[in-house]
Design a protein. Structure first.
Length: 266
């Protein structure tokens, strides 16, 4: 796969068009959760935790499978001006909140072989502390790290006897900006002005899990969308490397948590 040709003029934060924002991951930031990470991508900061419950929702009972679910929340001061009261305090979750947490849940379920997890639930909580675009993609990428940390704890306790992870999963965005320019990992200023904002959830090897995108004006040629996906997959591969390194630094052997693919050498 080759990167699409894009101009290299600097962006509002000085990056080249094919550059991710600087990413920092701090595993174990929240001490009570079985898995946690403070995830920072430029000006976006998300606290992701993974909590283990030794039972499954009623609709999964008796199936011999586990479940992975997610919740997403914006802190009232995640943006420059205080937001309205947070969801769940006197009001039901908004449509955007529900959409994003369902996306995160779907993305991370795709990372796990639920039939090998046992009848237990891993609940991800993604709390956006500071928002500068890309909060849903940050929640997926950080959520995977928290999930892997929780699975590592289960494995080291002896509660999980087999690997259950399929592959590293991460997410990023690509925008179609003015003058037919493509840009990777949009900040808020770019996101709000983009002609198309495409969110891509994928595995480290480039398999697609989910695409979310809308043309804000004129329809977009299929070839341009394909170029956006190609650029996003390059970003996902880079993010997966950061995930791997952060987990290794936290003492997690990803190979021991990951199901060996057919034909892989022992």
């Amino acid at each position: 796969m080759t990167a699409p040709t894009t101009p290299t003029k600097p962006r509002p934060d000085g990056r080249s068009l094919d550059a991710l924002r600087p990413v920092e991951m701090t595993p174990g930031f929240q001490r009570n959760a079985e898995g946690s990470v403070l995830y920072r991508a430029g000006g976006t900061v998300v606290l992701c935790t993974a909590s283990i419950d030794e039972k499954v929702p009623s609709f999964m009972e008796g199936k011999g499978k586990g479940w992975v679910t997610a919740e997403y929340q914006m802190h009232p001061r995640s943006s420059p001006a205080r937001r309205e009261a947070r969801d769940g305090r006197g009001k039901a979750p908004g449509g955007r909140t529900l959409e994003i947490q369902r996306l995160v849940g779907r993305a991370l379920r795709a990372a796990v072989a639920l039939d090998l997890l046992g009848e237990r639930t891993i609940a991800l909580d993604c709390d956006v502390l500071e928002a500068d675009g890309g909060t849903r993609t940050a929640s997926v990428t950080g959520g995977f790290v928290a999930l892997a940390l929780a699975l590592d704890k289960l494995t080291k306790k002896g509660s999980l006897k087999r690997p259950v992870l399929r592959e590293l999963v991460a997410a990023t965005s690509v925008g179609l900006l003015a003058n037919d320019t493509l840009a990777l990992d949009l900040c808020y200023l770019e996101d709000s002005a983009a002609e198309v904002d495409l969110n891509v959830v994928a595995t480290a090897s480039g398999d697609i899990i989910e695409l979310q995108g809308t043309a804000e004006g004129e329809p977009v040629p299929r070839k341009r969308i394909d170029s956006m996906i190609d650029l996003a997959l390059i970003g996902v591969a880079r993010l997966a490397k950061v995930q791997h390194d952060a987990l290794a630094a936290a003492g997690v052997d990803l190979a021991s948590l990951t199901i060996k693919k057919s034909g892989a050498s022992a």
